[in-house]
Ligand binder design. Structure first.
Ligand code: GLA
Length: 726
């Protein structure tokens, strides 16, 4: 619910459990007054403290009222160069070369429903949303800055976006435009970021904010394996089930920064948006720029509640699933089974090996096109390699379908190999500055997706492939970071637009694919989880979580990923043991239990499995299908922290709390292992549950007293408990 109090010009945004408030004060400065647990309302600006602080200047119109400073007051969207020395939200340069932004409240609009962002991913929905648009103006530069707020009350979700319009008569260069600024007066926080690298993504890191700026970002052109565009601010004592925390997410897949600042007055500011590095949009008179959407959830009851609200909001109001509530197929991908070394017959042999195991979709990974026998060549030539696949997809797909499976394939449309027909014909289609040899990544270059003709040509090639056979799924990959970012299609003074235009180009093609192939399931991927963000989830309902398929490393990766992203978005496969990435040996049961909490599949030659393993796989896929709703759409509870505890445990609970699935994977074994109990969460205390079909255990007992952990015999054992209310 959004309430505007005309008299004191206070905007109050209520969600079910939280309240967010701002006020246009008597100088038309938009002050942030409150964000936290839901309160009844009123004008909370009494909380704001005013004091004269040395070297914190005062706006001209306040005269000698020295306790009024933009440098000390909590700003809703921070200005630049006019007396607030904390992180600016916006920077622009009109033709006079000045770099000031002095934003004042100039009006607002309130309506039911959700605002839309042209060409950008965003949360969606109907009348359950409310929108507030606050118009801010810099009078001297004639720039208008519209602050968009979407309120989804039920999910505690507040979205934000920003649109800047040049209302002057000269060009303006926009050099920074954050999506979100959040000021807190009088709080003390920890910052949690989700960091890592290729094959070890999204590991949580937590530290108290210290004086100055702490920031994570990506300058790789993608959101990156290295830092995720999702961060948490929380009380020092906050944990899974207690304490105040704020999750902030950027719905964007390119360069970003999440920057927190602890100020001279020990207050905190968080700014989230496109990273200003090599960002500069020239806005001619009348032109506008829209910054990507950001989304906030505040939880007064710890991280668990925040995550569950994000999961619901993403599943129900951001992800567009072509399977529309139906179960997505259990897949088998040939990558780790064959790498580039396959023929149609070999693939069919592998597909035959899956018979009777419950696999529903066969995915042919990299290596089926052009001269793609290694990763040194072929990208860009999206036509079937007829030596490997005689008769093309037209011949192969029916053979796979005859085995009762759908067919899917891998593509990497944003890339080009120098050794390809496409590159020989269009060398200038790759990003790169003339006269400077480009850096290669995985021996490949990046196509300039900011250019329409490049996108159109690639799209047509992809269409030809998709139209040549009955293809149900594609894995859209992207295997390097952007470098040498320069577009032959833009003049020198507009090169600062390329990073963002590239991302818009990717979104454009993905949207076209969605429109032209509404039933096509797309899984995105960037060397695993290099572009695991809400922007991609808007187009692709699942993302390959990591190139690391080791079940035990995955526990950490999936744990970190779960803070923001739902199980249904997390591509997870059972692969061979010893594992390809780290050589670890784990049982097929453990690998299955870990992968099942994701968009589930297999990535190994199943024909090589023993009859016992095949029987276990058959049971795994049957179990997954039987409990699909619970696993994919249940409320997710983290029961342990794999970075701190020897074991990893999590739980999915059905919305009516009548069913739950607990999964536990133990760590390395030891003699004289201690006796331990696992306390369950989210059950109905008044109900009694059977556990794996046995007994009648009261919900309160299972939650308060727990369940004894099995004493492991061997490393990395797994246990699944299925609870059903009597
Ligand atoms: C990336 C993906 C892998 C696989 C290879 C193919 O690394 O993450 O799953 O598709 O590319 O080259």
């Amino acid at each position: 619910m959004i309430v505007f109090n005309k008299e004191n010009r206070v905007f109050t945004l209520h969600t079910r459990n939280t309240t967010y408030q701002m006020k246009a004060d008597w100088h038309n400065i938009l002050l942030h007054t409150y964000y936290g647990p839901r309160v009844s309302g009123g004008d909370l600006s009494y909380l704001i403290q005013y004091a004269d602080r040395g070297f914190s200047p005062n706006p001209n119109e306040v005269g000698d009222k020295r306790d009024y400073s933009l440098d000390t007051l909590p700003q809703e969207y921070s200005s630049c160069g006019v007396g607030d020395f904390r992180i600016p939200s916006i920077e622009f340069e009109p033709e006079d070369g000045s770099r000031l932004a002095d934003l004042r409240y100039a009006g607002h609009e309130l309506y039911r429903g959700k605002y839309k962002l042209e060409g950008l991913p965003a949360f969606w929905g109907g009348q359950e949303w409310e929108t507030l648009v606050i118009c801010m103006k810099d009078a001297a530069a004639k720039m208008s800055v519209e602050l968009y707020y979407g309120v989804l009350e039920e999910k505690d979700l507040i979205t934000r976006a920003v649109r800047v319009v040049n209302q002057g008569i000269g060009a303006v260069r926009l050099q920074r435009c954050a999506s979100l600024c959040l000021d807190f007066q009088g709080d003390d926080f920890d910052l949690i970021t989700f960091d890592g690298c290729h094959t070890m993504e999204r590991c949580p890191n937590r530290a108290p904010l210290r004086p100055g700026i702490q920031s994570v970002n990506s300058l790789r052109g993608t959101s990156s394996h290295h830092h995720n565009p999702f961060v948490i601010l929380c009380n020092h004592g906050a944990g899974e089930d207690y304490g105040l925390c704020y999750g902030a997410m950027l719905v964007y897949s390119g360069n970003f920064h999440a920057t927190a600042e602890r100020t001279q007055l020990e207050n905190n500011r968080l700014v989230l948006g496109i990273d200003p590095y090599n960002f500069c949009f020239t806005l001619a008179p009348g032109e506008s720029f829209t910054a990507p959407e950001a989304a906030l959830i505040c939880s007064p009851n710890g991280f668990g509640q925040m995550s569950r609200q994000f999961h619901r909001a993403l599943r129900e109001h951001l992800i567009r699933d072509p399977c529309k509530g139906e179960r997505r197929p259990v897949l088998m991908n040939n990558w780790e089974a064959t790498y580039f070394d396959f023929t149609a017959d070999k693939l069919v042999e592998i597909a035959e090996g899956t018979q009777g195991l419950g696999i529903e979709l066969f995915v042919m990974d990299d290596g089926w096109f052009g001269s793609r026998d290694t990763d040194l060549s072929g990208l860009g030539d999206w036509s079937v390699n007829l030596e490997k696949l005689p008769g093309g997809l037209e011949a192969l797909v029916p053979r796979v379908q005859a085995l009762g499976m759908k067919f899917g394939l891998w593509i990497e449309p944003e890339m080009v190999s120098e050794n390809s027909r496409l590159y020989r014909e269009h060398p200038d289609w790759a990003l790169g500055v003339p006269g400077r040899p480009q850096a290669r990544g995985r021996s490949q270059l990046v196509l300039d997706f900011s250019r329409r003709e490049v996108r159109d040509s690639i799209y047509e090639a992809v269409r030809r492939v998709l139209d040549s056979a009955d293809i149900s799924y594609i894995k859209w990959d992207m295997n390097r970071s952007l470098s040498d970012v320069w577009s032959a299609a833009l003049p020198a003074n507009r090169q600062g637009e390329v990073y963002h235009r590239y991302v818009l180009g990717v979104y454009d093609i993905l949207e076209r694919l969605r429109q032209d192939y509404p039933n096509l399931l797309i899984e995105s991927c960037s060397g695993g989880g290099g572009r695991f963000d809400a922007g991609m989830l808007y187009y692709t309902p699942q993302i390959w979580c990591s190139d690391n398929t080791d079940a035990i490393d995955r526990l950490r990766i999936q744990y970190g990923t779960s803070f923001c992203y739902p199980v249904s978005a997390i591509g997870a496969h059972v692969s061979a043991s010893p594992n390809e990435q780290n050589g670890r040996v784990t049982s097929i049961e453990t690998r299955g239990a870990a992968a099942m909490s994701g968009a589930f599949g297999y990535e190994m030659d199943l024909s090589r499995c023993t009859p016992e393993e095949r029987e276990i796989i058959r049971r795994q896929t049957a179990f997954f299908k039987e409990h699909y709703d619970l696993i994919q759409r249940g409320d997710y509870y983290r029961l342990s922290d794999p970075f701190a505890d020897p074991h990893t445990a999590w739980e999915q609970v059905s919305p009516d709390r009548r069913e739950a699935l607990v999964t536990l994977i133990s760590g390395p074994t030891r003699a004289a292992a201690p006796f331990r109990r696992l306390r369950l969460k989210g059950l109905d205390p008044a109900l009694r549950y059977t556990v794996n079909g046995q007994g009648a255990y009261p919900g309160d007992v299972l939650m308060e007293a727990g369940w004894p952990l099995p004493i492991p015999r061997g490393d990395y054992q797994s246990m699944q408990l299925y609870l059903s209310a009597l």
